[in-house]
Design a binder for this molecule. Sequence first.
Ligand code: SF4
Length: 256
Amino acid sequence: MRSVYGPIDSWRLKRSLGVDLISQKGRVCTFDCVYCQIKRCQAVTSKRQKFVDMDDLREEFDDALEIVGDHTDYITFSGMGEPTLAVNLEEGIKMVNELSNKPTAILTNSSLMNEKGVRNALKGLDYVIASLDAGDQETLEKVNRPDKDILFKDIIDGLKKFSDNFQGRFALEMMLIEDNYPRISDIAALSREMRVDEIQLNTPLRPSVVPPLEEEKLQKAKKHFKGVETKIVYQEKRTDTPKLDEEEVIRRGRQR
Ligand code: SF4
C-alpha cells in the first residue's frame, strides 16, 4: 500500500497531495465516528505507534513530487485514520519540509492535542485543520465514539494550548450532522476561547451511513461564528486534478 496519494481536489486545500503515516488496510484511529467515510475499522486506540518506515516514505514522496509536484498546492498529512497517532509524525513533517517548498497541512481530529509531543510536531506545519464536533463529553461519545482514554476536557485543553502558540494558520472544523447540530452554540462558545483563524463547516457529502445536513442548516450554523472567516463545504469549488493512483484515493474515502 502506498503512503503518498492524490492529489485530491479539496474544498479547502485546493490540490492536496496526501501523506499517510498510518497506511494500514483498515482505519486506525482514536475515534470511531458515526459518520466515518472509511468503512473498515482496524483499531480504535490512543497509543501512538510507528506504522511507516521513514526511508521508504522519503523515496515514495520524492517520486510523487516528480510526477505530480506541479499539480500540488498543499502537502497534507491525513489518510487511514488519525495522523497524530504516528509517533514519527514530527520526523515526517521535517522530511516533507526538506524535500518540498509546498505549504504543509494536517487534518487531525484533535484527540491527542493535549500531548506535548503532538503539539511540538504540529508546529512544523503551515496549516492545521483540527476537528471539534462536540461541545461536551456526551456529544463526543455519541458522535465520535472515542477510545476510552480520550476525554472531552483534555481535547479542549490541548486545542487551547496549541492554538495560543501556533504561528501558522489554525482552522477549527465541525462535521455537522443531526446529532450535533442542536449543540452548535456550545461549540461556537468554545471556539471563542481559542485563537482561531478560520471555521470550516462540513457535513458528510461523500458516501456515509449518516446523511448530510442541507446547506440551509450550515448557513444558519455560520451565524454563530460572526467575525471569523467561515467556509461551508457546499460553497467551495473543486478542481479535477490527475491522480497518482485513483484506487489509493478512494480507499481513504475522506472528504478533504
Ligand atoms: S472520521 Fe476521521 S476521526 Fe472519525 S473515525 Fe474516521 S478517520 Fe477517525
